[in-house]
Design a protein around this ligand. Structure first.
Ligand code: C2E
Ligand code: MG
Ligand code: MG
Ligand code: MG
Length: 273
């Protein structure tokens, strides 16, 4: 399956081993929630105007006794395939809102939603429950979705997005520019925020094409009244460029890596980020 649609391979002995490893991973992931092996790290988003932390994004980690620290790219796909992303996603929402309640009200909390979570009838309820349990202002919660949410069952998902929005939360389009028809989606749903993918930041300040695209996105965001954010800022040169283009917000290793809640709370309280 990993090789893509329409391709097939002959069964080879090592594929048996791969399949077994995959099965074991599924089993271990199934137990991860009960065993409290999931953790949230938080990465700050910085307002380019005030230079202050405007929010933090919750990024899930899996700390397993046998496997060590597992990155989301290595287990989110399995969680999606098995449907485990639904209970995991609910836990992420609850935990992120709970921790954000201890931060200043000016700091928002961003949570990533998988397209699979949109197939869950209880998604809107789960979001409402996380807000209610934490007591945070719903406007502080930002749900990050990718274009794939709008790609399949788009009408159903558009309705769900509207219902989520009616709760008072903000909706951000994550990894903007990596999908097929980003611009069209901006017309079909009133996003609150665009987060331009790291791919357009990587080759700055010299990359002419990236720069031209960033200029266009910044202009688009401003004329549509959408907050513009960039991810993956690693150098001063990249920061100067996005600043000059008028982006509202930036995130990246230049400011801070994703950090455990205890560390982020200290940094925020000390006004260090
Ligand atoms: P994302 O939402 O686009 O998150 C940004 C990713 O870029 C994070 O990786 C972050 O650590 C990384 N990053 C941030 N700044 C920089 C930088 O300056 N340079 C570079 N090279 N990378 C940077 P992470 O934490 O490994 O997460 C990867 C992806 O996994 C996320 O991409 C998101 O799509 C997904 N993910 C993470 N947590 C969750 C979750 O709770 N639920 C769901 N459904 N997906 C999640
Ligand atoms: Mg994200
Ligand atoms: Mg992103
Ligand atoms: Mg990304």
């Amino acid at each position: 399956k990993a090789a893509g649609r329409g391709t097939y391979r002959q069964f080879e002995p090592e594929m048996g081993a791969q399949l077994q490893a995959h099965q074991q991973m599924k089993l271990a992931l199934r137990r991860a929630l009960d065993r409290r092996e999931l953790e949230l790290y938080y990465q700050p988003l910085v307002s380019l105007r005030s230079k202050k932390v405007s929010g933090c994004e919750a990024l899930v980690r899996w700390r397993n006794p046998e496997r060590g620290m597992v990155a989301p790219e290595n287990f989110i796909p399995i969680a999606e395939e098995t449907g485990l992303i639904v209970p995991i996603g609910e836990w992420v929402l609850k935990e992120a809102c709970r921790e954000a309640a201890a931060w200043p009200a000016s700091v928002s909390i961003a949570v990533n939603l998988s397209p699979i979570q949109f197939r869950d009838k209880k998604l809107v309820k789960a979001v409402a429950a996380a807000i209610a349990a934490s007591g945070i202002d719903p406007a502080r919660l930002q749900l990050e979705i990718t274009e794939s949410v709008l790609l399949d069952e788009s009408d159903h998902n558009l309705e769900l997005l509207q219902e989520l929005r009616n709760l008072g939360v903000k909706i951000a389009m994550d990894d903007f520019g990596t999908g097929y028809s980003s611009l069209g989606y901006l017309r079909s749903f009133p996003f609150d925020k665009i987060k331009v993918d790291r791919a357009f930041i990587r080759d700055l300040p010299s990359g002419k094409e990236s720069l031209a695209i960033l200029k266009a996105v910044a202009g688009l965001g401003h004329s549509l009244g959408i907050t513009t954010t960039v991810e993956g800022v690693e150098t001063e040169g990249q920061l100067e460029t996005v600043n000059a283009e008028g982006f509202d917000e930036a995130q990246g290793y230049l400011f801070a890596q994703p950090l455990p809640a205890s560390e982020i709370t200290i940094l925020i309280a000390a006004g260090l980020i």
